[in-house]
Design a protein around this ligand. Structure first.
Ligand SMILES: [Zn+2]
Length: 430
């Protein structure tokens, strides 16, 4: 239920790769008659990763494909259980007896629903979010602090879901014919509100953000910001090493809450050219208005989701409504059916949603390479990313499962840029 858009673009488990020696021959790239061959250079970068590391990160990433399926099936099973057991209807009845306020009834239902779903999905969440991460050496947190953060996340979900459901059922009650259009508006506003609020109120619940003070790092980053008219005066550092050992940076927020942050793992484990490559990518998200583009893309998906909901909800209620004791769209007891239809729709459009994000990431990559002018630094970071993301997938695999370009695609873009050998501009010769 938590809708938070953070671009964790560059999450990397660096220790797995730091031991690996840098592919030194690529400093100038493999050449053919003195010119860089981008295809051969890309292959050489990829071949520099030892086979056993590739196998391990491939296994980790491919396991994630199955987790998409298991998460969907578990969510669907929970929805069907809540409807078939009439637990959903009993929750609604209890809320109606407890208060006459429609608003409070919905809020009560939302709290109970989120808690029940959290409890029932906890085993799979613990496997995928804790035990599996440790098995692959990607997490640094012990179970106690991890569990504490899950509880904080649950509290945020309860508040966010209650507000969202109160707004949704208000429009469902007042607009019996056009509820799905108003529902879309509530959905899009919720995405925008989450983006506005998350960096200021949610992210600090999990981590400490402070201005990056080392001017040897911050000044080259701020210079790129100045060169691109980005009105930031400081870059934030976040203490993410308390949760994991992935190198990451992100741009988050909307309007005045936009901030560019990098984590302490990135600072410790990457060289300045690599840090510049990553931060230039993040600036690309800002300059290219990716927050608004993603609101638009996901707004269209939410619109399509509500259209599908409209097509199937009433039919399902006509057939099974009396068995479930659900009267219609404005009845909160029908929320598990709404969740079931919505999650099925979003499960089926996984490739489209991933592509919408991947396309914006590719735009940020292009911006980043042109700004940082660090083709090799970019390639090195893309390789480090390969510790947890499959480096060289098939085209179909990349289309379906990748919300960022694959390592191969990113390195190829960097090598194409390098081979083009763009002039920096020579004022003195004019
Ligand atoms: Zn990104």
């Amino acid at each position: 239920m938590k809708i938070v858009f953070l671009c964790l673009c560059w999450a990397i488990a660096a220790p797995l790769l730091l031991a690996q020696s840098s592919p030194a021959p690529l400093t100038s790239g493999p050449t053919s008659a003195g010119r860089l061959d981008p295809a051969a250079a890309t292959r050489a970068w990829l071949d520099s990763v030892p086979a056993e590391k590739r196998a391990r990160s491939d296994a980790y990433f491919e396991g994630g494909y199955w987790l998409i399926l298991w998460n969907f099936l578990l969510g669907a099973a929970i929805s069907i259980f809540l409807l078939e057991s009439a637990l959903s209807a009993r929750l609604r009845d209890f809320a109606e007896r407890a208060t006459h306020s429609k608003l409070l009834q919905i809020a009560f239902y939302a709290v109970a629903y989120v808690v029940i779903v959290a409890v029932l999905s906890f085993p799979l969440g613990a496997y995928s979010g804790y035990f599996r991460e440790h098995a692959y050496g990607l997490a640094t947190q012990t179970f106690g602090p991890w569990f504490r953060e899950q509880l904080i996340g649950l509290a945020v979900s309860i508040v966010g879901s209650a507000i969202l459901m109160v707004a949704l059922y208000a429009v469902f009650r007042r607009a019996p014919r056009t509820w799905w259009l108003w529902g879309t508006a509530v959905g899009v506003l919720s995405i925008a509100a989450a983006m506005l609020i998350a960096p200021v109120f949610v992210a600090p619940l999990f981590n400490t953000y402070k201005p990056l003070t080392d001017s040897r790092i911050s000044e080259p980053i701020l210079a790129m910001a100045r060169a691109n008219q980005i009105p930031v005066r400081q870059v934030f550092e976040v203490d993410e090493s308390r949760q994991n050992n992935r190198v990451s940076a992100n741009v988050s927020g909307l309007f005045g809450t936009t901030r560019i942050s990098l984590n302490d793992n990135l600072l410790k484990q990457c060289t300045l050219p690599e840090i510049r490559a990553v931060m230039a990518h993040e600036m690309g998200h800002y300059v290219l208005n990716h927050s608004f583009k993603l609101i638009l893309y996901f707004g269209l998906f939410v619109f399509a989701g509500f259209a599908v909901l409209r097509a199937f909800f009433d039919r399902a209620i006509q057939r099974w409504g009396s068995r479930w004791s659900v009267s219609g769209i404005a009845d909160p007891a029908g929320f598990p059916l709404l969740a079931l239809i919505f999650s099925t729709f979003f499960f089926l459009i996984t490739p489209l949603a991933n592509t919408a994000v991947r396309v914006t990431e590719r735009e940020a990559d292009a911006f980043g390479i042109n700004t940082a002018r660090e083709a090799d630094g970019f390639a090195k970071v893309a390789l480090k990313l390969g510790a947890y993301r499959k480096l060289d997938p098939s085209q179909v695999e990349e289309f379906i499962f990748f919300d960022h370009p694959s390592g191969r695609a990113r390195i190829r873009m960097a090598m194409d840029w390098k081979a083009a050998n763009l002039p920096a501009g020579d004022v003195a010769s004019r």
